[in-house]
Write a protein that binds this ligand. Structure first.
Ligand SMILES: [Zn+2]
Length: 296
């Protein structure tokens, strides 16, 4: 009890500025989608509408020993997450996997408390240490368990496999596989059907992005459903298409740069209609990231 009051004070500043960004405060409600009897997804993850955008898709995996969350949304949405978890199980949340450092995936580590085991790839822990939310008193909500290339949690039907396949959205993105359920959570390595966001300040790379996705596709077999970072459920075919899209975009930008053409020019001549259902709202920024990276 005491801790949660203290936490409220600690997170107060961040929560206030978040509320200011999000406009008038309404009831925070996240949607829930059932994929399996023991796996749900907390959605409301599409950026754009500040009133309904709660952060990335959260996987809720109900095991014999308790509930594991993959990501935990934006600060201020912890109660809404907890309410939805309680609507499907009375087991306690025991583990949180942070797929990467960003606040829309790590925002409620503090809300769920230091008794929950928090797990992330080691570079993500390093990135999180630079965030205000995890400085000082907040440091106890950093991942207590990290890994480098691969790690499994639990066993049997409750096993979760965590993989790091290289740089992309950040320099520490985890792919989370639920082998018994044939489900993969990609975090923001497949956020949406649009240009990838490559956070170079946190080790991300739009140049390495397609190769990292290829590594994931080659290593992770036996999956039927893909939970993306910020859009509706996808299939492995969609992930393969996204890999081709990122590779295509990279080679297009690289060729244009070598030919001395501008980013605007590279963007204008990139044919998005080869990819049905894709948007090009973030393609130019991704191409700019390629230019910036190759220029060095
Ligand atoms: Zn992100």
């Amino acid at each position: 009890m005491k801790r949660s009051i203290l936490l409220g004070v600690l997170l107060g500043a961040g929560t206030l500025s978040m509320a200011a960004q999000q406009g008038p405060a309404g009831p925070k409600v996240v949607d829930i989608l059932k994929l399996k009897d023991n796996l749900y997804v907390l959605t409301s993850s599409t950026p754009g509408n500040a009133a309904t955008f709660s952060g990335g898709n959260v996987a809720v995996f109900i095991t014999d020993g308790g509930v594991t969350l993959v990501d935990d949304k934006l600060a201020g949405w912890g109660q809404a997450v907890l309410d939805k978890v309680k609507s499907v199980t009375n087991k306690p949340i025991t583990t949180i996997v942070n797929t990467h450092t960003h606040g829309d995936h790590t925002g409620n580590n503090g809300f769920f408390g230091a008794s929950v085991e928090i797990v992330a790839q080691e570079n993500t822990k390093t990135n999180m240490q630079k965030m205000d939310a995890f400085k000082g008193e907040g440091a106890k909500f950093l991942p207590g368990k990290t890994y480098k290339d691969k790690m499994s949690l639990g066993g049997g039907k409750d096993r979760i496999d965590l993989y790091y396949f290289g740089r992309g959205h950040t320099g520490g993105d985890t792919f989370v596989v639920f082998p018994a359920l044939r489900i993969l959570h990609t975090g923001d390595m497949f956020a949406w059907k649009d240009g990838p966001l490559c956070d170079r300040g946190n080790g991300g790379s739009c140049v390495d992005f397609p190769r990292t996705l290829q590594n994931a596709i080659a290593a992770v077999k036996n999956v039927d459903t893909v939970i993306p970072g910020h859009s509706p459920m996808q299939t492995p075919k969609d992930l393969q298409e996204y890999q081709r899209f990122t590779a295509d975009m990279l080679s297009h930008a690289t060729d244009a740069m070598k030919a001395g053409r501008s980013v605007d020019d590279a963007f204008a001549s990139f044919k998005i209609d080869k990819y049905p259902g894709y948007k090009n709202e973030r393609v130019k920024a991704a191409m700019q990231a390629v230019y910036d990276e190759l220029k060095k």
